[in-house]
Design a protein around this ligand. Structure first.
Ligand SMILES: *Cc1c(COP(=O)(O)O)cnc(C)c1O
Length: 425
């Protein structure tokens, strides 16, 4: 392919146009492997950013897209409906917490977060209360559109650059007690004080349940989420959980909020929903929130993307959810977690490693200096793995179907990579 054209004309995620980091040309992907045009076969450690949970080129998912395309690729969702959307939403209502029974289909994770925030605002507006603030925790990530960015970690998303343009919300220090550590009551203090002080003006608390993903790959104690639910009830605040990264089994539960046994008022799902085939997301809420929103001045929820409920995406998502159950995702994720548990802690003995953490099919190695991206990426590719670190974080979230030997090989390559000083800045 014309890699020079790519370098000169195409933006890649979070990449400079002045001196872009190298991009590797993929020719095809199959199972848990990516194949490069230059001949390398790479074991995929990223699931294409949490999405490709069943691996690539899956015969049943291929078939789902092919068969759907023959009846319809897309029709507008305003005034029309179709079997693919109905089937998908039936499953979503069934597998998410019982009180979530109204589904809004969105076209990407960020949009589903925008929708969640708008629902919360319209909810309070309909009740005649002027509540315009959201509370969230530092190190969060909720997407790159403006409202999503406004509740994303202020340092990571460069809030200062957008000052005056970005709504200003309330940030609390993120939980520090790790998932596997003993719960520290003091962890709740900041959130508790914040809620007590600001609740009258707050529409909702929004956060990623249990695993904070792109904002720092932090894995926190379920008790935090349990107590947060109680606080929201006591102070009459809505709770929005962003399950876009954690949903569909990644953390060892179908949804991460199950670790804390709580139900949110609004939930966002995305990423793995179509098994990595198409872009799709959804915002689910309770009957109470939905009915209140629609009882207000607008008489409806003011949102409706052009590609809402896209039949291709809905149908492949339905088949992906069926595959999850059929293939016993839970035992696969447990097997991956058991390998992390056995092998990751020993990496702590290595020079640059400052922390290791894991949960379900997520393994994180934190190092003490930012990595040298082009160098470490080239090392990984040369050694047959696709792992894309950021900053001080080297992490893997492989497809659930990855064989144990490939998980072990991914860890081995990280072990070797962190022992080479040229891999640090
Ligand atoms: C990726 C992600 C988003 C944004 O989803 P996009 O599909 O990239 O817009 C939002 N929240 C979380 C937790 C995510 O991981």
């Amino acid at each position: 392919m014309d890699i020079q054209f790519d370098r000169q004309h195409i933006w890649h995620p979070y990449t400079s146009t002045i001196n872009p980091l190298p991009c590797y040309p993929v020719s095809h992907a199959d199972n848990n492997h990516l194949y490069l045009e230059t001949g390398e076969k790479l074991i995929d450690g990223m699931s294409s950013w949490w999405a490709a949970i069943h691996g690539y080129n899956h015969p049943e998912l291929n078939h789902a897209v092919e068969s759907q395309i023959k009846s319809m690729s897309h029709v507008m969702f305003g005034g029309l409906t179709h079997q693919p959307a109905v089937e998908l939403c039936k499953r979503l209502v069934k597998i998410t917490p019982p009180s979530l029974e109204k589904v809004f289909l969105a076209d990407s994770g960020s949009v589903s977060v925008e929708v969640a925030l708008k629902m919360a605002l319209q909810y309070w507006h309909a009740l005649g209360e002027a509540r315009s603030k959201f509370i969230t925790v530092r190190h969060g990530y909720h997407g790159d559109t403006f409202a999503a960015m406004s509740v994303t970690d202020p340092d990571n998303s460069m809030h200062k650059l957008y000052k005056g343009f970005l709504p200003e919300h309330i940030f609390v220090d993120s939980p520090v007690t790790g998932f596997w550590q003993e719960w520290q009551e003091s962890d709740m203090q900041g959130m508790k004080q914040c809620i007590e002080e600001h609740s009258h003006n707050v529409a909702a608390v929004i956060l990623e349940p249990i695993v904070q993903g792109a904002g720092g790959m932090r894995i926190y104690h379920p008790e935090y989420l349990r107590q947060l639910r109680t606080l929201c009830n006591q102070h009459n605040l809505l709770l929005i959980v962003d399950e876009i990264a954690t949903g569909f089994g990644r953390t060892g539960k179908l949804f991460a909020c199950e670790h804390a046994d709580i139900e949110p008022d609004i939930m966002c799902v995305g990423k793995a929903i179509t098994g990595g085939y198409m872009t799709l997301a959804a915002t689910l809420t309770t009957k109470k929130v939905a009915d209140t929103v629609c009882s207000g001045e607008a008489g409806c929820f003011m949102h409706g993307p052009t590609f809402m409920g896209n039949p291709l995406a809905c149908h492949v998502a339905t088949k992906s959810l069926d595959l999850l159950t059929k293939n016993d995702w839970q035992s696969k994720v447990e097997t991956i977690e058991a390998i992390f548990k056995k092998q990751l802690p020993s990496l702590m003995n290595l020079k640059h490693v400052s922390d290791v953490r894991y949960l379900g099919a997520i393994g994180v190695i934190e190092v003490d200096q930012p990595v040298n991206m082009p160098e470490i990426q080239a090392f990984f590719v040369k050694n047959g793995v696709w792992i894309r670190p950021f900053g001080k974080l080297i992490y893997i979230m492989p497809p659930y179907i990855t064989p144990a030997s490939d998980i072990e090989y991914l860890i081995q390559m990280i072990r070797e990579a962190v022992q080479i000083s040229a891999h640090f800045q």
